[in-house]
Design a protein around this ligand. Structure first.
Ligand code: AMP
Length: 190
């Protein structure tokens, strides 16, 4: 099964994607993690991506589409995959549709993780306070505001896009982690 977790930064997409991977075997594909690995490796891509990520802006669509296209061809994605942080723009969503069609694959489900923005800012502050040694360079309240604006402007339009295609379902992302997992499990079983 191939699915997308959609929601603003801090909504818990990564946590839930990891759980789906370990419970169901659908591979978590986090574009944020892939980009951070590229930054850490010092590759050309990493150099391009770092300043964009630190500003809370989006890496160009063509780069992201190529990254995902290559990744979903790998053997560990053939049972299914969970896209976490991709697509983030309409161009990426349309590119994904074309790509899946070419690969004879299907998108089965898009899960919207609904959250309250004020509560998100609190979560990010908590994440920073709990892990002072490993604060992500884009995890501070000012940059988060940017990232939320980018979400509202560029990523939220994906909600009607997927609703029109009949694949969008929502869960309450403010519930506790186990309840969110249970709600997603119920959607996967439906
Ligand atoms: P994330 O860990 O998903 O919050 O991603 C961290 C940062 O990586 C984002 O703020 C963007 O700068 C970049 N990024 C991750 N995924 C994408 C994507 N699909 N399109 C563009 N930029 C992305």
């Amino acid at each position: 099964m191939n699915l997308i977790l959609l929601g603003p930064p801090g909504a818990g997409k990564g946590t839930q994607a990891k759980r789906i991977e370990s419970n169901k075997g659908f591979k978590q594909l986090s574009t944020g993690d892939m980009l951070r690995a590229a930054v850490a490796s010092g590759s050309e891509l990493g150099k391009t991506a770092k300043s964009i990520m630190d500003a809370g802006q989006l890496v160009p669509d063509d780069i992201m589409l190529e990254m995902i296209s290559n990744r979903i061809d790998e053997p560990d994605c053939q049972t299914g995959f969970v896209l976490d942080g991709f697509p983030r723009t309409l161009v990426q969503a349309e590119g994904l549709d074309d790509m899946l069609e070419q690969k004879s694959k299907q998108l089965h489900l898009v899960v919207e993780m609904q959250v309250d923005e004020e509560a998100l800012l609190d979560r990010i502050r908590k994440r920073a306070a709990e892990n002072p040694g490993e604060v992500r360079s884009d995890d501070n309240a000012e940059i988060l505001k940017n990232r939320l604006e980018v979400y509202r402007g560029q990523t939220a339009p994906l909600l009607p896009y997927y609703r029109d295609r009949g694949v969008l379902k929502a869960v309450d992302g403010m519930a506790d982690i186990d309840s969110v997992t249970a709600a997603i499990d119920a959607l996967l079983a439906a």
